[in-house]
Design a protein around this ligand. Sequence first.
Ligand SMILES: Nc1ncnc2c1ncn2[C@@H]1O[C@H](COP(=O)(O)OP(=O)(O)OP(=O)(O)O)[C@@H](O)[C@H]1O
Ligand SMILES: [Mg+2]
Length: 245
Amino acid sequence: MGRLISIASGKGGTGKTTTTANLSIALGKLGFKVCAVDADLTMANLSLVMGVDDASVTIHDVLAGRSPITGAIYATAFENVSLVPAAIDWEHVIRADPRKLPDTLHELKDMFDYVLIDSPAGLQMDAMNAMLSGEEVVLVTNPEISCLTDTMKVGMVLKRAGLVVLGFVLNRYGASENDIPPDVAEEVMEIRLLEVIPEDPKVREATLEGVPVVEYKPKSEGAKAFMRLAEKISRIAGIKAKVMR
Ligand SMILES: Nc1ncnc2c1ncn2[C@@H]1O[C@H](COP(=O)(O)OP(=O)(O)OP(=O)(O)O)[C@@H](O)[C@H]1O
Ligand SMILES: [Mg+2]
């Protein structure tokens, strides 16, 4: 049985899509069979980040009852990594029923070791449908106080809803001298810190190339941090994750 993990945050732009893409590829490199899902139904961009631009059937078609989920799974250029893309045009968005996301994505559980769900930010319905499709959650935050408290709020809601909160990723650390240090962030959040991902220009550069940094520049600090994150998550076995709840 695979693991369904939502990638979530309180505020937008913290690095959820970047984390989904890099974590997927990193887990693929470790030998796991992975499926990355773009569940940001109105502002989809995971396909762009992962270099898939020719998908004809998307999650929107599945949520509109026009295709089974198996018809929307694409191979990527990355070893062991598949992708369920989302459409970007409004016509598809309005036909899709986001409430079907949890049941739809559950079907992927038997097909992969890991299903990573790139979610919209916040606690609105679209975000809730995406996040609640996971059984576990990795929170992504930046080292700023309002970002930490918003992410904490999301963590509390998801825990109450029955998800296992694996921990949080402190992303873009080191961009400012006012950044909240990792140990303080962990204390404020009262959630386990999984990994610190530094602010790294190579991450952005990689995004522009459509090749996430773990593949684009594996020796960069950003890439190494995403690899460590993958190793850590793979070591938290599914059963142990249940106990942590
Ligand atoms: N560690 C990092 N170092 C430098 N740039 C980064 C890092 N992480 C993410 N970025 C950049 O920050 C921007 C936002 O990242 P991303 O799109 O992953 O955020 P998001 O949380 O998915 O946003 P949204 O809430 O809009 O979906 C992107 O341009 C990305 O390349
Ligand atoms: Mg995103």
